[in-house]
Design a protein around this ligand. Structure first.
Ligand SMILES: [Zn+2]
Length: 356
């Protein structure tokens, strides 16, 4: 009962007299979630993007890509998450997926995953020399996605959920000048997960979430018929928590151009979250796409923060349905001195203080 206050202890002892009935009430748990999503920081996310754009080029041919992988690993390790590199070669170059795991309390429940790609591309790189040397800051594509994954890990690191959560930065999502890449890291990852028999309740891939094309914070969620509950829980979270975000879910099994696609091909529930695209061609509206001008000053800290908040709230609600996060609430009916007092809400949130 480490984090329960004196008043709570008193209520608890009173309830021991009267009996405890676990009862989950929406309003109380949404308070807890509101506290949690309030810890999301757009400023911290922008700092992650700025760190990543400073590697010059993160094209999978370039050293900057391998240095960025080390940087991301250090960020996860600083959160005390089990972290590893899953190495592979692409087009003759060493690359890796950086995988961090937040072990769940019940290994029998299926996992959740949040992922993004850390490599970048400059479309003017027509050969190896240019690919290794031309600046490819990739702030929106896809340092914004990596920053979202690192932020989710930061915010969730202090909570306890039955489901294991994996936070993954994928290598070599971009095709490269010689087309030797292209969803390479996520394909390697999914094959290994299938071989290990890993089960997923939901996965979300963030790819280009920082550019605000219009007046509103906006995100599109591309789903297929097997995307699971998580996309809709994220959508509901926007209104439940009055987030400043427009979210549009699009049923689009043909949408193949990001790391969610190998998950779909393997039959895993997945969704691609991406900023507003052209509503007929679904091409990026971002004018600096795959150029040296894709820099953090073009991005919206508010939009990425609202996307992270919706994702945290959506996850908690699905994890609860999946069988339980640590946000367990007890309504104590206590009979004290001849009257019955419904003493509400003893909130048991282990280690919640650390998240704050
Ligand atoms: Zn991308």
């Amino acid at each position: 009962m480490g984090v329960i206050s004196a008043a709570t202890t008193l209520l608890l002892s009173a309830s021991l007299l009267a009996g405890i009935a676990p009862l989950v009430t929406e309003s109380t748990s949404s308070t807890a979630v509101a506290d949690l999503i309030a810890t999301v920081s757009g400023e911290r996310m922008m700092a992650t993007i700025q760190d990543l754009e400073e590697f010059g080029s993160r094209a999978f041919y370039a050293n900057g890509s391998r240095e960025a992988a080390d940087y991301i690993q250090q960020r996860f390790e600083a959160l005390h998450l089990d972290t590893m590199k899953q190495e592979f070669t692409v087009g003759g170059f060493e690359s890796s997926n950086v995988i961090a795991m937040m072990e769940g309390t019940d290994p029998d429940t299926p996992c959740f995953l949040f992922g993004a790609h850390y490599d970048s591309e400059n479309m003017n790189a027509e050969n190896l020399t240019l690919a290794e040397t031309l600046p490819a800051p990739g702030a929106d594509d896809d340092a914004s996605g990596v920053a979202t994954v690192v932020e989710l890990a930061t915010v969730l690191a202090g909570t306890e959920i039955k489901n294991t959560i994996k936070f993954v930065a994928f290598g070599a999502e971009e095709a490269g000048f010689d087309q030797s890449g292209g969803l390479a890291g996520s394909s390697v990852f999914v094959l290994a997960e299938k071989a290990n028999g890993t089960a997923y309740a939901g996965t979300v891939i963030f790819d280009m979430v920082g550019y605000k094309a219009g007046a509103q914070n906006y995100v599109m969620g591309f789903v297929n018929s097997a995307s699971g509950q998580l996309p809709w829980a994220i959508e509901s979270a926007v209104s439940e928590h009055s987030l400043d975000l427009v979210i549009e879910l699009v049923d689009a099994p043909w949408m193949a151009y990001s790391d969610h696609y190998p998950f779909w091909l393997a039959g895993y529930p997945s969704m691609l979250m991406i900023e507003e695209l052209d509503n007929t061609t679904y091409a990026p509206l971002y004018p600096h796409y795959h150029t040296q001008n894709d820099t953090s000053d073009k991005l919206s800290p508010d939009q990425i923060a609202e996307i992270a908040k919706a994702t945290v709230a959506g996850l908690v609600s699905v994890a609860e349905r999946e069988g339980g996060s640590d946000f367990t609430i007890y309504a104590i009916a206590a009979t004290v001195a001849g009257g019955s007092v419904a003493a509400v809400l003893v909130y048991h949130r282990r280690r919640q203080a650390r998240v704050q």
